[in-house]
Write a protein that binds this ligand. Structure first.
Ligand code: PGA
Length: 248
């Protein structure tokens, strides 16, 4: 069965609430599509206005992070039940910026993946290598380690429903996209890793995105690869170009 493509914007720490609402209005007609899933992953403070702004459209809303407890004395954090109650469907987990700047390790990310599933959220789990790792030839070893550690205790049925985003760190925000061959090679490798941990049916069902300088010019070729089921888009998700990416 063909996997449905999923194109997600990762707004990162951009867009005030009023700018967010304006962007939703600007993109509304441009991102219309019956054939792909469209998700805006937005800053926590933008969630409520964006959920309201996309009501009645094909756009679904995601968060960029969550905490591993449901409530309590965790100043500054946002819980999974809070996200669900606000209308969030997806949550990005393990983006390289969180791994790097906020020192989130795989054991912690595994707890986040579990928490997301427990609450009924769909994780978009990110993985990816540094330029040094690529040059050393350990890309796939590294990514297999990330995937295996982040998915400890996650069932095959859960994996079938989730999204994995392959984002080479050296391609994020740099304008330096991985070549189509490089992107496909790793996405295929991730699928093989899932087949090893689980089974072929699970590997065939899980959606794997590519992320890292996806734009209106390279999306079509990337998304045409057999193991690339869409993209996680940073910079280009904040402008009208996102419509071209959705309708590649
Ligand atoms: P970029 O970011 O498209 O701006 O490279 C992608 C991401 O970090 O998800």
């Amino acid at each position: 069965m063909a996997r449905r493509k999923i194109i997600a914007g990762n707004w990162k720490m951009n867009m005030t609430p009023s700018q967010a609402v304006a962007l939703c209005a600007e993109l509304k007609d441009l991102v219309k599509s019956d054939s792909v899933d469209v998700v805006y992953c937005v800053p926590a403070i933008d969630i409520v206005p964006v959920v309201e702004a996309v009501k009645g459209t094909n756009v679904q809303v995601g968060a960029e992070n969550l905490y591993i407890e449901d409530k309590g004395a965790y100043t500054g954090e946002i819980s999974a039940p809070m996200l669900v109650d606000s209308g969030v469907k997806f949550v990005i987990i393990g983006h390289s910026e969180r791994r790097e700047y906020f020192k989130e390790d795989d054991a912690f990310l595994n707890k986040k993946v579990k928490k997301a599933f427990e609450a009924g959220l769909i994780p978009i789990l990110c993985c990816g290598e540094t330029l040094e790792q690529r040059e050393m030839g350990v890309t796939m070893d590294w990514i297999r380690l990330q995937i295996k550690s982040d998915l400890v205790g996650i069932t095959a049925d859960q994996v079938k429903s989730m999204v994995i985003a392959y984002e080479p760190i050296w391609a994020i925000g740099t304008g330096k996209t991985a070549t189509t061959e490089q992107a496909e090679e790793v996405c295929k490798g991730i699928r093989e890793c899932i087949a090893e941990i689980y089974d072929q049916a699970t590997a065939d069902a899980v959606r794997i995105q590519y992320g890292g300088s996806v734009n209106a010019g390279n999306a079509a070729e990337l998304f045409a690869q057999p193991d690339i089921d869409g993209g996680l888009v940073g910079g280009a998700s904040l402008k009208a170009d996102f419509g071209k990416i959705v309708n590649y």
